[in-house]
Design a protein around this ligand. Structure first.
Ligand code: ADP
Ligand code: ZN
Length: 513
């Protein structure tokens, strides 16, 4: 019988920590009692211990499916450093190394074995004669073909539950989009899994968005006020990482470029230099960062708009892992939107990608607390302003938008939450177009009740309601707009809504010049 005292002891003796982080203990307890689990925890939240500790507590070997070779190696190295017998197995290794690992596995000498999903099928015959204590699936969102990290080999993992019906399967991801969560549970055949959803709030991260003009000058100024601090600048293209790195170097900042076009050796050298503070600044594509455990990253800049909020969140999450303040700056330019739209064109899930990009844009254009907008996206309905984002620290002017919000919510409700933003706006503005008339929406009670607001302005207000977590877009279901619990408070419990006064069109044009 494994008691709370035992798990805490294991935490202290093997990992050197005095207490569990939120969720870790209940996840571990579920695993130890033989349940399947599905954990959604932000990057840096402490997922590894949730399967490493049970691996120690249970008899047998824990198999960890992990998508990245670099990540496996780091984890195994740190386990070995903690005196835990662990190894990894993937196709990049020479066969004599693989054979050594297999020997140890057969002899029951390994507490943990990290395996690339592509190598798993080769290994399964070797599992027959040993005891598998737990199967952990790390970065489990790679199973979902919706996501950008899709790995076809992950889709074969569904067999595991059939082959090892009595072994717990524990899936871990930092991607919380609810449709993806569902996909993971279904594909892994673990419908009864206990779901653990951690808070995605990282209070120490300051969130800021600026227009993307004169980015280089802005960055140089930004870095001037942050001497010797470590940070990452994410760029969309390999070329811009190199251009930016050389620009920074010629201005006296130590920076290196990192992207998938470099050799593996070069990449790991750059990574090491960053981790050990020899190179404080990295200009990188999104290839950089997965699995990099550096606690003192003090700022993250997005030179370009990320293609979705998941990506943005993952990347800013590399800052401030030590819990101390870290700054995030996102440059927003329409040119980026155009480019990202082009990238999405022609892909199998184009519409979905564009919808996610639009949501990213809405975040960048937010006129209310950015943290609320971000967390709402992940299904956490916060309502308190964070006071740690650019909007909270210098808010726009607001008006009492309760009546307008009620009208919009009521239209969404009367459309049975089946229509996307465009149609909701058309109905509210009393549009006479064919789609509206064919569906008979002119008979809906809220039809035409917001006639006096322009289409574009009303769209902006609806975006504000989405960002405030009053409405939500269902990406997987044609982008239909639905009400959240907060909407019900507005409709029925007299909850007041503040909306930002929109800048006049002339002012906007002025800004652009
Ligand atoms: P994730 O996989 O969720 O991104 P990690 O497992 O890499 O996160 O953990 C992030 C950091 O937090 C690591 O440096 C880890 O050692 C540390 N950590 C994990 N659990 C605890 C704990 N209970 N107490 C203190 N630090 C912890
Ligand atoms: Zn805020």
């Amino acid at each position: 019988m494994i008691t709370a005292k035992t798990t805490l002891n294991l935490l202290k003796t093997h990992f050197g920590y005095s207490s569990f982080r939120p969720q870790q203990e209940s996840i571990i307890n579920d695993i130890l009692s033989g349940k399947d689990v599905m954990t959604i925890m932000p990057t840096g939240g402490g997922k590894s211990i949730c399967f490493q500790l049970p691996a120690l507590a249970l008899s047998g070997t824990t198999i960890v499916i992990s998508p990245l070779i670099a990540l496996m190696k780091d984890q195994v190295d740190s386990l070995l450093a903690n005196g835990i017998s662990a190894s990894y197995y993937n196709s990049s290794q020479e066969s004599y190394i693989q054979n050594e690992t297999l020997k140890k596995l057969q002899a029951g000498e390994l507490k943990l074995l990290y395996v690339a999903p592509e190598s798993l099928q080769n290994l399964i015959p070797h599992f027959a004669s040993i005891k598998i204590s737990l199967i952990a699936v790390d970065e489990a969102h790679c199973i979902s073909s919706w996501g950008h990290d899709f790995r076809p080999a992950y889709t074969k993992l569904g067999h595991l539950k059939k082959q090892f019906p009595n072994t717990s399967i524990a899936a871990f991801t930092a991607t919380a989009d609810s449709a993806t969560q569902q996909d993971i549970v279904t594909q892994l055949n673990i419908p009864e899994a206990e779901v653990h959803l951690s808070s995605f709030d990282r209070k120490n991260l300051y969130l800021e968005v600026r227009p993307g003009n004169n980015r280089i000058d802005q960055i140089l100024k930004y870095l001037d006020s942050r001497p010797d601090e470590s940070g990452i600048i994410y760029c969309l293209s390999r070329k811009s990482t190199e251009k930016l790195a050389s620009k920074l170097n010629s201005n006296g900042f130590k920076a290196k470029a990192y992207h998938a076009g470099l050799s593996a050796d070069e990449r790991s050298r750059i990574q090491e230099d960053f981790i050990n503070d020899r190179t404080p600044i990295i200009a990188a594509t999104i290839a950089f960062g997965m699995g990099i455990d550096k606690s003192n990253v003090r700022w993250v800049i997005h030179y370009n708009l990320p293609k979705n909020i998941e990506g943005y969140y993952q990347e800013i999450g590399r800052g401030g892992r030590d819990g101390l303040p870290a700054d995030n700056l996102l440059f927003y330019s329409y040119a980026d939107v155009v480019m990202l739209r082009k990238f999405a064109k022609g892909s199998s899930n184009e519409e979905y990608q564009i919808a996610k990009l639009e949501r990213m844009q809405q975040f960048a254009e937010a006129l209310s607390c950015r943290r609320i907008a971000l967390l709402n996206y992940f299904g956490e309905h916060f309502t308190e302003n964070c006071e740690n984002c650019d909007i909270c620290t210098s808010p726009p002017n607001y008006f009492d938008g309760t009546v307008l919000t009620k009208k919009v919510c009521s239209a969404v409700s009367r459309l049975d939450e089946q229509e996307a933003t465009g149609m909701v706006i058309d109905v509210l503005r009393g549009a006479q177009n064919a789609q509206v008339l064919e569906k008979g929406y002119q008979n809906i009670k809220t039809y035409g009740t917001v006639k006096d607001t322009s289409w574009v302005d009303l769209q902006q207000y609806v975006i504000q309601m989405i960002n405030q977590g009053i409405l939500e877009i269902r990406f997987h279901e044609n982008g239909r707009l639905v009400l959240t619990p907060l909407a019900n408070k507005v409709l029925f419990k007299d909850k007041k809504v503040q909306l930002a006064i929109l800048p006049k069109l002339e002012d906007k044009i002025e800004e652009k010049v």
